[in-house]
Design a protein around this ligand. Structure first.
Ligand code: MF3
Ligand code: CO
Ligand code: CO
Length: 309
């Protein structure tokens, strides 16, 4: 703290450029994280041009998610959903980010029931009544990434599955609620994990949110679980990141398919759900870049897409 104290005093303007006094802004966060010196200003923050690019990418990804809604129902194959998302993206002049990303073979991830994430769409995998499925979409729009996902309930799902999906939506909302300039990254996990545990569910630890921009997965990881090795990052206006809690009905442990090397399942076979948005840190409320048109119309951050047929 010594170096820092010489540089900035309680009543000085905060280093982040908010215009607030240091004591009313980052002082507490800096003390809590035992920051030794002032961080470079806006280390991770994007420029106004980059933010404009991220807004366009997020908006397109939200439109794509709304486009997909009517197709996600019993009887459709995940391979067909992949083809629909691919064609919509390409026909708008954009690029599906997951296709060939580190060797991932498809344009969406589709993760059914006990699949936690990174499920590979297939022509032979057919949605059926009672399934829950996460569709994770990522688009590259003029060089910038938008990344979001929803878990859909197909027809009449079990009360347990409904509970899990409700808890996961609420976990995302709470995580987004912790996205405030001056908050430490760990506030996001603090907002999510105790709540999830109180609902008899668990937070997957092996996969996290992430910084996002020109690259799919940028710089810091965004933990949804509380852990000592959470990176020492204070949120600053202009940063863009994803929040994407994966929540299990059973334990948090996961296993990766040894054959396809992608599909991640719960170790105990329990159901898993996930919701994801890409968000921008601002001086005030976080801006959810991947809001879908239907979410915007409803004024709700996550609209459940329930098909009862
Ligand atoms: N969309 C996922 C995320 O939210 C990442 C998928 S990477 C892939 O970060 F390779 F599996 F496609
Ligand atoms: Co993501
Ligand atoms: Co994603």
């Amino acid at each position: 703290m010594e170096v820092y104290k010489r540089v900035i005093k309680r009543n000085d303007p905060c280093w982040c450029g908010s215009g607030k006094k240091y004591k009313k802004c980052h002082m507490q966060a800096d003390q809590e994280t035992n920051r030794k010196h002032p961080p470079p200003k806006n280390r991770y923050a994007k420029s106004p041009e980059e933010i404009a690019g991220m807004r366009r990418a997020g908006a397109f990804n939200g439109e794509l998610l709304d486009y997909m809604r009517s197709f996600v129902k019993a009887g459709v194959s995940t391979g067909k959903l992949n083809a629909l998302a691919h064609e919509y993206t390409v026909s708008h002049g954009h690029v599906p980010a997951t296709l060939n990303y580190r060797g991932f073979p498809k344009s969406i991830c589709s993760s059914i029931n006990n699949v936690v994430c990174h499920g590979i769409p297939s022509e032979t995998e057919i949605l059926k009544d009672g399934d829950i499925i996460n569709i994770d979409l990522t688009s590259i729009v003029h060089g910038f990434h938008g990344d979001s996902s929803e878990t859909f309930m197909i027809g009449a799902v079990s009360p347990e599955a409904g509970h899990l999906v409700d808890v996961t939506v609420e976990a995302l909302k709470r995580g987004i609620g912790a996205v405030r300039a001056g908050n430490h990254l760990r506030e996001i996990a603090n907002a999510i994990e105790p709540y999830v545990n109180s609902q008899a569910c668990s937070v997957v630890r092996q996969y996290t949110g992430h910084g996002i921009g020109r690259k799919f997965h940028e710089h810091f990881s965004v933990y949804h679980h509380r852990a000592d090795d959470c990176e020492n990052v204070v949120l600053e206006p202009g940063m863009t990141l994803t929040i994407e809690p994966m929540i299990n009905l059973g334990g948090y442990e996961v296993v990766t398919d040894t054959e396809d090397k992608w599909t991640v399942r719960t170790k105990d076979g329990s159901l898993s759900a996930q919701f994801e948005h890409t968000v921008l840190v601002t001086e005030h409320e976080p801006e959810i870049l991947t809001l879908t048109p239907s979410e915007k119309a409803a004024g709700e951050i996550v609209i459940l897409n329930v098909h009862n047929q």
